[in-house]
Ligand binder design. Structure first.
Ligand code: NAD
Length: 484
């Protein structure tokens, strides 16, 4: 089969690696290579950072003004929408994401991220700080410079846009390193950015691997002013150390092990259907997945009966088919990891209520019972369609179980009791809490986590803080001598 080519995009041109090296992207459904990608190294990163630095320093983009920059970013979003099928197919072929999710969720959200941050930057206001000393102070938010963005494979274009959009909107230039398993949509986006009229060097893409390769070279590059990373907690530690060496601010969106608490006063149909989505969307490869399911004992049997029934009924198939809800896992390596956890359920004393490992890098929606809070399955981020259900008796116990994790990314709770919803939300150690729903985002709200889930928040003003240098300007109004 002839492979499709997706190059680096450096300084407005689609190019191969300086070394001429390439790698391939494997479609996990066919298990065949479908795309050829340049394998970037330190030299490609050097060229991309130089291009981003030059584009920033010559000043056209950072000084363009919010209205004109916003117009170009909106045109870019228009092109993303016009190329929805191509972009959706790229992510689906790279990582097996069901097409209904890549086309109907990820593409619109990618376009929306660009639109939102363009508008947010344009409409954003600073503070004026009237002083009673004959001075006047106000704040400015100046672009930070060159942004290094390193992305994971689970929501390729969507999470990349989550970084690139605010960085561009605030006048920065960007070098993006997509995950090696999902490179192709980034090249398509960079092609569209050029078509939209975004100047050369403003948005660069360098492909390649992480350690001792493009990812490491980018995060260690001394000419980078911000590092935004989404991925595993272990990688986050390495990247935080690289940022520390260069004294560069780092934003880290890392792993999770979301608690999903279903109280006995929950509206059961709603709780079951959101809980299914919370764990099985994107075949469980979601940082905010509700992978720990805590159900009040009074409703445990009835809830689990309905939950297992719906999990069993999910359509497993070709991710390019509109009806498919569960595709293959993203890679052979990841399939190996997830299937190992499934194989260890029964030896560890648990029970697989439904699901299990299938052929073709597939794992059926898997519901595990009989394992305790201290089991590996309840503690580790499995990052697949595997949920561990544990009953609880009291509200205090539910909160304690939910908070007993090294991750602090997100939690869900289902209750019809308003006081309980407020009380429990305030007690959960989580950057996002969803009450009677899952993964609903307001782009003005903070997103991120604590502990092994990362450092910092992005979204709205939180992204502004990260992607700019906030500045205080103090002006003297009266010509008076300082009194000290
Ligand atoms: P990963 O850490 O293996 O890789 C992420 C990116 O980092 C890739 O582009 C990779 O090439 C690069 N990388 C790896 N080692 C590097 C190094 N030493 N220096 C620089 N770059 C390096 O993560 P993954 O497997 O692609 O993604 C899955 C993980 O991402 C899960 O843990 C998931 O929870 C997390 N995630 C978190 C969020 C969030 O918002 N908190 C969102 C999505 C995914």
């Amino acid at each position: 089969m002839k492979l499709e080519w997706f190059g680096h995009v450096i300084d407005g041109k689609e190019v191969p690696s300086a070394s001429g090296e390439t790698f391939t992207s494997i479609d996990p459904y066919t298990q065949q290579a479908w795309a050829e990608i340049p394998r970037g190294d330190a030299e490609d990163v050097r060229r991309a950072v130089l291009s981003a630095r030059t584009a920033f320093d010559e000043g056209r983009w950072p000084r363009m003004g919010f209205a004109e920059r916003g117009r170009l970013i909106h045109r870019f979003a228009d092109l993303i929408e016009a190329h929805a099928t191509e972009l959706a197919m790229a992510d689906t072929r790279d990582m097996g994401k069901p097409i209904s999710q890549s086309r109907d969720n990820d593409v619109p959200r990618t376009a929306m991220n660009f639109r939102f941050f363009a508008d947010h930057a344009r409409l954003s206001t600073g503070e004026t700080l009237p002083m009673d000393t004959g001075h006047h102070a106000f704040t400015r938010f100046d672009p930070a410079g060159v942004v290094a963005a390193v992305a994971p494979w689970n929501f390729p274009m969507m999470l990349e846009s989550w970084k690139v959009a605010p960085a561009l909107a605030w006048g920065n230039t960007v070098v993006l390193k997509p995950a090696e398993d999902t490179p192709t949509s980034a090249t398509i986006m960079a092609r569209l950015a050029i078509e939209a009229g975004i100047p050369p060097g403003v948005f660069n893409v360098v492909h390649g691997f992480g350690p001792n390769a493009a990812g490491q070279a980018l995060t260690e590059h001394p000419d980078v002013d911000r590092i935004t990373f989404t991925g595993e907690s272990g990688t986050g530690r390495v990247i935080a150390a690289a940022g520390a060496r260069n004294l560069v601010p780092v934003s880290l969106e890392l792993g999770g092990k979301g608690a999903n608490i279903v109280f006995d006063d929950a509206e059961l149909d709603n709780a079951v259907s959101w809980s299914i989505r919370a764990i099985f969307t994107n075949t469980g490869q979601v940082c905010v997945a509700g992978s720990r399911l805590y159900v009040h004992r009074a409703i445990y049997d009835e809830f689990m009966r309905r939950f297992v029934e719906q999990a069993t009924a999910m359509v497993i198939g070709d991710p390019k088919d509109d009806k498919t809800q569960i595709g293959p896992l993203a890679s052979m390596e990841h399939f190996g990891k997830v299937s190992q956890y499934v194989a260890e359920v029964e030896p560890d004393g648990g029970h697989v209520e439904t699901g299990g490992v299938l052929d073709g890098w597939r794992v059926a929606p898997t519901v595990v019972t009989g394992l305790g809070q201290n089991s590996r399955h309840a503690r580790d981020e499995i990052f697949g369609p595997v949920v561990v259900a544990i009953p609880f008796d009291t509200e205090d116990e539910a909160v304690e179980l939910a908070n007993d994790s090294r991750y602090g990314l997100n939690a869900m709770l289902f209750t019809e009791n308003l006081s309980r919803a407020h009380r429990v939300s305030s007690r959960l150690n989580a950057g996002s809490v969803w009450v009677n729903c899952f993964f609903i985002r307001d782009l003005r709200a903070p997103f991120g986590g604590s502990g092994d889930s990362g450092i910092g928040r992005e979204g709205g003003n939180f992204s502004r803080e990260f992607f700019t240098e906030p500045k205080a300007v103090v002006m003297q109004i009266d010509q008076q001598q300082p009194s000290h």
